[in-house]
Design a protein around this ligand. Structure first.
Ligand SMILES: Cc1cc2nc3c(=O)[nH]c(=O)nc-3n(C[C@H](O)[C@H](O)[C@H](O)COP(=O)(O)OP(=O)(O)OC[C@H]3O[C@@H](n4cnc5c(N)ncnc54)[C@H](O)[C@@H]3O)c2cc1C
Length: 451
């Protein structure tokens, strides 16, 4: 066995802080060493170096996921390993480890093709797609993980392999749903869809319409076909000049809708939402797929935040009343609260089975709480954690487990287990024992090796 040598960044070196921090600035990783490979050979060498030195490995692309506790070890930062190659004939794209969705959307849109991007343009493709991945056209096409065809993986022993449904069905099943638990992913091939245009947009309603608007949205969902995917978000907005004047300082309800169907039909389908009341802002239009991120308009600036989420079997009118009390304008802690409508193709089994769990959930509910700094006082964290815990407890009667892609590295073992069906969990831990018995890849939403 040869020992690979690699260039590393150590604490105190120029670039150390830049390379350990990403979009989520809360509690950055504190690795002993950082590798920044620029191609798959260097990526493989980094894993072999960690193997030879007995180091655990953390991986970071954009830093949108809350990293796990990383004191020591090797951080592999993939931001130099980017690239997209579209094959319009086969309707596929090969996407390198550190690539963000905005690059992929631009590259595929040039061919009138669409990948299953998420709501935010700056999220990394690999972790999103391998954790499940649900975006603005998810009810029409399913989870992003359902449309991953090939995965180039470097396992803890330093082996570099291309995994497909034929080459290693177990591992191919596990990585599509269990994410970065089985090795470092160098790249993936994703399926694309002919979808040059979408119909969609968002409506913003003022505080007095929070509850009635959410209730009307919930009723409307019973009438929509799978081509419609939508999200409703309660957002306490600051009074800042960067925001459009009507939204400043308001606690708004934002309803975001995407349709993959014909525009005239979609226009009819969204009409009931316009009857909720006079919106402060917003509207619907036909847009090129390249502009998909404008529908949700997620933030792109790095900031510290603490997120918690759950899946719900359903959402009834009385739960909405309770939710508006818990996270609306009178909430103990200002909270962005996002409800995503699931079902449709998300509830269907994929053509090639994968580990994504809880497919029959009706909704995803997520809380995003901003923090005052990357290292907030314990009292602030306790206040936010207690608030999030209270809201989750309130929803627990309707909990349908967790969605892996929303967990982040600080998720507890029970949360990670709750992202999978019990049989799938058993199988995942056995596959982990085969490919990563020492749990080298543990700084994540961790699937441990079976006992
Ligand atoms: C603003 C925002 C919007 C979001 N919107 C959506 C959405 O619409 N739909 C959805 O499903 N999710 C969404 N997410 C969740 C997001 O998909 C996950 O947090 C995802 O893990 C982020 O991946 P990343 O590469 O951007 O982040 P990173 O923090 O860089 O990576 C997250 C984790 O993935 C693993 N990882 C990354 N790259 C590799 C690799 N090459 N090999 C092995 N492991 C790797 C590591 O364990 C790492 O800690 C959103 C998150 C944010 C913050």
């Amino acid at each position: 066995m040869t020992t690979d040598t690699i260039d590393v960044i150590r604490p105190g070196d120029p670039g150390y802080d830049d390379h350990r921090t990403g979009f989520q600035t809360f509690r950055p990783l504190r690795p002993d060493l950082i590798a920044t490979p620029s191609d798959t050979e260097e990526l493989t060498s980094a894993v072999r170096y960690a193997r030879d030195q007995g180091l655990p490995i953390a991986v970071q692309a954009t830093g949108h996921g809350t990293p796990g506790r990383t004191d020591g070890g090797l951080l592999i930062n993939t931001t130099r390993l980017t690239g997209v190659e579209v094959d319009p004939e086969r309707r596929t794209a090969w996407v390198a480890a550190g690539t963000r969705w905005d690059e992929v959307v631009a590259a595929t849109a040039a061919h009138g093709l669409a990948g299953l991007a998420g709501n935010a343009r700056s999220v990394g493709v690999i972790s999103y797609a391998l954790g499940g991945g649900i975006g603005p056209i998810a009810r029409r096409y399913g989870f992003a993980a359902d449309h991953v065809h090939r995965i180039e993986l470097i396992t803890a022993d330093g082996e570099r392999t291309m995994i497909t449904a034929d080459s290693d069905p177990d591992l191919f099943w596990a990585v599509r749903g269990g994410g970065g638990n089985f090795g470092v992913v160098a790249g993936i091939e994703i399926g694309l869809f002919e979808q040059p245009h979408l119909f969609g947009g968002s409506l913003f309603f003022d505080t007095p319409l929070l509850e009635s608007g959410l209730k009307a949205w919930r009723e409307w969902l019973d009438t929509v076909p799978d081509e419609i995917t939508s999200t409703a978000v309660m957002v306490p907005l600051p009074d800042l000049p960067v925001l459009p004047p009507p939204l400043r300082g308001r606690h708004v309800l934002s309803i975001r809708v995407t349709s993959t169907g014909p525009a005239d039909q979609a226009e009819e389908l969204v009409r009931p939402l316009q009857a909720i009341g006079e919106p402060l802002l917003g509207g619907f239009r036909v847009l090129p797929y390249a502009e998909i991120a404008t529908i949700n308009n997620d933030p792109t600036d790095p900031a510290p935040h603490r997120n918690r989420s759950t899946l719900l079997s359903d959402l009834d009118q009385s739960m909405i009343t309770e939710l508006v009390t818990a996270v609306g304008p009178g909430a103990a802690v200002p909270t962005v609260f996002e409800l995503r409508h699931l079902g449709g193709a998300l509830a269907q089994p994929p053509a090639v089975p994968n580990a994504v769990g809880n497919r029959t959930a009706g909704f995803s509910a997520a809380m995003i709480n901003g923090l005052s700094s990357a290292d907030p006082e314990p009292a602030e964290l306790d206040r936010v954690a207690a608030h999030q815990g209270r809201v989750l407890a309130q929803l627990s009667g309707r909990s349908a487990g967790r969605l892996f892609t929303f967990l982040g590295g600080t998720a507890g073992p029970d949360d990670v287990r709750a992202a999978f069906d019990p049989d799938a969990w058993d199988r995942l831990t056995k596959i982990k024992s085969r490919v990563d018995p020492g749990n080298v890849f543990r700084y994540n939403a961790n699937i441990p090796p079976s006992a």
